[in-house]
Design a protein around this ligand. Structure first.
Ligand code: ZN
Ligand code: ZN
Length: 338
């Protein structure tokens, strides 16, 4: 069975692996599509934190069940599924409280353990989310879309609220998709005019702001002087995350979705005066996957503009390096595995 292995930064090779053996509580799946995102580019560049080599990439997955045992929780051979790449223990305090996305033993397929760039592999039942209505491309993109779905669920948005999303990359876009479904008034900020135009065209957002230009004044003008109730930061940029503390209204919420490896700082007086609620948002849960699938099935999210590159598996090794070029306009690639 063929697999594509990232041996070390900057170098892929193909490998012949033994066929997977059926495990208790797991299904053998045949990979159909693998989405590639910025995480994969970082791993290739050698800049992904906590990443070890060699590694089989692939955490945005659509796969068909080809072998499954008993007690399969409603799953059957032939079902085509989105695979949630989060392997959680089910026993720790976070898992017992339904917070499987931040399990103390969490391992991500394609990041901490080998992922889906291979013909077949064995995955736990709990990772599989089935839909007959979605295409393989849509099922592969449920994972990145669910990241925004989780952040929006954390924020507990109400339709009458005005929100600010900082960062209009793939995570910001996935927040926009779920926020639009709630019906809030959305303002988007980014450094890139192209990304802001994309947000206006795709999500019909209420307003866009170019980062760095009188932001507080502009936000005040757009909200009758009240400021946004909820602010999402999807940049992972330290300066942006620190600045983000200035934007929520009194009594507002700040959700840090992007992450970086150093400190985030804020002035306590400003934080206390407004009694802000600050939270992080990490990965996604099964409920976030189910909500994302429902939105896709209802035609509420169009994934076509997200897919900037498309290859068959035998072309991947040759094509991958070209995606690193800023001029490639890379948002997401879909690898077809036939
Ligand atoms: Zn990804
Ligand atoms: Zn756990």
């Amino acid at each position: 069975m063929k697999a594509i292995v990232l041996d070390q930064p900057g170098h892929f090779s193909t490998a012949e692996l033994p066929e997977p053996e059926p495990q208790a509580g797991e299904a053998i799946v045949r990979i159909s599509r693998v989405g590639m995102c910025g995480t994969d580019l970082h791993a290739y560049r050698g800049r992904q934190p906590f990443f070890t080599y060699p590694r089989i990439l692939g955490h945005e997955l659509c796969a068909e069940i080809v072998e499954i045992g008993t007690n399969a929780q409603g799953l059957q051979t032939g079902m085509v599924c989105s695979v949630a790449p989060y392997l959680y223990c089910g026993e720790c305090l976070a898992c017992r409280n339904g917070r499987t996305n931040c399990c103390v033993k969490l391992k991500l397929l394609g990041v901490h353990v080998d992922g889906g760039l291979r013909e077949y592999f064995s995955v736990p039942f709990h990772t599989m989310h089935h839909s007959t209505a979605l295409t393989p491309d849509q099922l592969a993109l449920v994972e990145p879309l669910s990241i925004g779905g989780h952040a929006v669920a954390r924020a507990q948005l109400k339709p009458e609220e005005t929100i600010l999303i900082i960062g209009a990359g793939p995570i910001g876009l996935s927040i926009m998709a779920h926020a639009k479904a709630v019906g809030v008034k959305t303002i988007v900020m980014d450094v890139s005019e192209d990304r802001l135009r994309f947000a206006r065209e795709q999500f019909n957002v209420a307003a866009t702001i170019k980062a760095g230009e009188n932001v507080t004044e502009q936000l005040s003008d757009l909200t009758n002087g009240e400021m946004p109730v909820v602010v999402f930061d999807a940049t992972g940029n330290a300066a942006s995350m620190n600045e983000a503390f200035n934007y929520p209204a009194n009594g507002g919420r700040l959700i840090l979705v992007g992450l970086h490896l150093d400190f985030v700082t804020f002035r306590d007086q400003d934080f206390h005066r407004r009694e802000l609620t600050v939270m992080s948002s990490r990965n996604a849960t099964a409920a976030d996957f189910q909500r994302t699938i429902a939105l896709l099935e209802a035609g509420k999210i169009d994934i076509t503009p997200w897919i900037t590159h498309r290859v068959r598996e035998e072309e991947l090794i040759a094509q991958f390096p070209s995606w690193l070029d800023a001029k490639a306009g890379f948002i997401k690639a879909i690898v077809s595995w036939s």
